[in-house]
Design a protein around this ligand. Structure first.
Ligand code: UDX
Length: 449
């Protein structure tokens, strides 16, 4: 029988900002429990994580893909290409490093699945998203295969509820803005192919979505481990951010009243139309509330600088009611007492960070799982307002007022704080996510003896 430190796990993160930190938090935790962990990164989007995680081993596979490939292919096609290019490279790597006992891979880089099968290695899939998202992909594929999916132009049909998938409408299913439906189905078939694995790990918690976690367990007939929110487990290191965090926004927050400020950020991928940014700016001016707005470089289509924003907006910022940064220390911002609400695109990490800070949200989903997450936030946990349709300044102003000032927002904040407490309890010793992590460790031990 091998000692725990002799069990060598290879972990393969998807090379995207919304995916790497959660897997690294898991890797760090497993390493703290004694496993020997090797992280296999792609050369594409390579980031040197070794200084932040000195106890882990790092390897790179040379996929030869670049940012310009991503731009020319589009995200969806790029992911399909990345997977086909990396499969033989990982096989070569594992043939050389033949002491590997177990593989954990992100669901979007599914290339280790076939390699592990060929080499007879046990494996598990890691989902950085909600269990509801995993199920929603299958619902989408099923409806598409049966020809039941309304076309994207059929607005009224898209408003209808998906049969037996409460509380989601057809428009909430995770279609993509980054490629065709046909190619998306190919991607989702691969992402959802999990049955031969030894388990599914979700960065989620039983206290958030126990029914979807049970559905996942029934569907794939393997153990499901909801071990999140992973950022709440004390890990040895934390991932370096995509951009430099502008910490001076925390000083600005210090000057604001408790629960008064709205924090706006759309994650690492979403792109905003110029007109939307303009309406957002004017809505924030009209709301009369303090605002902290992350405008990621290049995230407004066709605009390199912020000069196009109106004079009134700039004046509001100059007077100190608003603060604009390129990238914020988001987790710290959300924990700040001055932040009363979070305007977000509903990336799963942002949702978890908002929940774990007890901050209610305004959801404006763009693509993929974000619609599913928005529905969870607004209709299951009821800690968010959902914004739909064209963004206008009046809508922005009203949404901010509803969340920060009105009684409705106060009620959402109370529910958000209740949810935060449940999530905190789940990561404590004896809590559901903590216990799930322990079960995961036992499962890996039993499969690698
Ligand atoms: C992507 C997908 O778009 C999303 O739908 C999926 O759920 C995860 O992968 P992304 O769009 O980047 O993620 O959003 P999100 O999941 O919210 O992750 C963004 C991360 O960047 C968060 O951890 C957030 O804390 C961090 N961030 C964002 C900052 O640290 N500073 C910022 O200013 C903005």
């Amino acid at each position: 029988m091998k000692e725990i430190h002799q069990r060598r796990l290879v972990m393969v993160p998807a090379p995207f900002e919304g995916h790497i930190p959660s897997m690294m938090n898991l890797a760090s935790y497993l390493s703290s429990q004694g496993f020997s962990i090797s992280i296999v990164q792609t050369q594409f989007n390579f980031k040197d994580l070794s200084p932040n995680f000195p106890d882990l081993n790092f390897f790179t596979i040379n996929d030869g893909l670049s940012e310009s490939d991503l731009k020319s292919l589009g995200l969806l096609e790029f992911i399909l290409r990345l997977n086909s290019v990396c499969e033989p490279l990982l096989k070569e790597f594992l043939t050389i490093h033949d002491d590997v006992d177990f593989i954990i891979y992100d669901e979007f880089v599914y290339f280790p699945r076939r390699v592990a099968e060929d080499l007879n290695l046990p494996k598990m899939v890691f989902s950085a998203s909600s269990a509801a998202t995993s199920i929603s992909r299958c619902v989408l594929m099923d409806n598409q295969a049966k020809g039941l999916l309304p076309p994207q132009e059929a607005r009224s049909q898209l408003e209808e509820m998906v049969p037996e998938f409460h509380p989601f409408r057809f428009k909430d299913l995770p279609v993509t803005a980054y490629g065709s439906m046909e190619r998306l189905m190919i991607l989702y078939e691969n992402v959802s192919n999990r049955s031969p694995s030894s388990g599914i790990i979700h960065n989620s918690s039983n206290c958030l979505e126990s029914s979807f976690i049970s559905s996942a367990q029934e569907k794939w007939r393997v153990p499901v481990y909801p071990v999140g929110p992973l950022h709440m487990f004390n890990s040895a290191g934390s991932c370096p951010s995509l951009y430099d965090e502008e910490k001076n926004c925390l000083e600005w927050l210090e000057k604001q009243e408790t629960n008064s400020a709205i924090y706006i950020s759309m994650g690492s991928l979403a792109m905003t139309q110029e007109i939307e940014a303009l309406e957002m700016a004017m809505g924030l001016v009209q709301s009369n509330q303090p605002f902290l707005w992350v405008i990621r470089p290049g995230s407004i289509i066709g605009q390199e600088s912020l000069d196009f924003l109106p004079e009134q907006f700039r004046q509001t910022v100059a007077e100190g009611r608003g603060f604009v940064v390129k990238w914020a220390p988001q987790k710290e911002v959300l924990r700040h007492r001055a932040v009363g609400g979070f305007w977000n695109h509903c990336g799963w990490n942002s949702c978890l960070e908002s929940i774990s800070s007890g901050v209610p949200m305004i959801c404006m989903p763009y693509s993929g799982d974000q619609r599913v997450n928005a529905r969870l936030m607004s209709h299951v946990w009821r800690t968010a307002i959902e914004i739909e349709g064209e963004l206008e300044r009046g809508i922005v102003e009203k949404a901010v007022m509803r969340l920060i000032v009105d009684h409705e927002g106060v009620e959402m904040r109370t529910r958000a704080i209740g949810l935060k407490e449940e999530v905190e309890a789940s990561v404590r010793i004896g809590g559901s996510s903590y216990s799930s992590l322990n079960s995961l460790i036992h499962r890996i031990m039993s499969l690698t003896s």
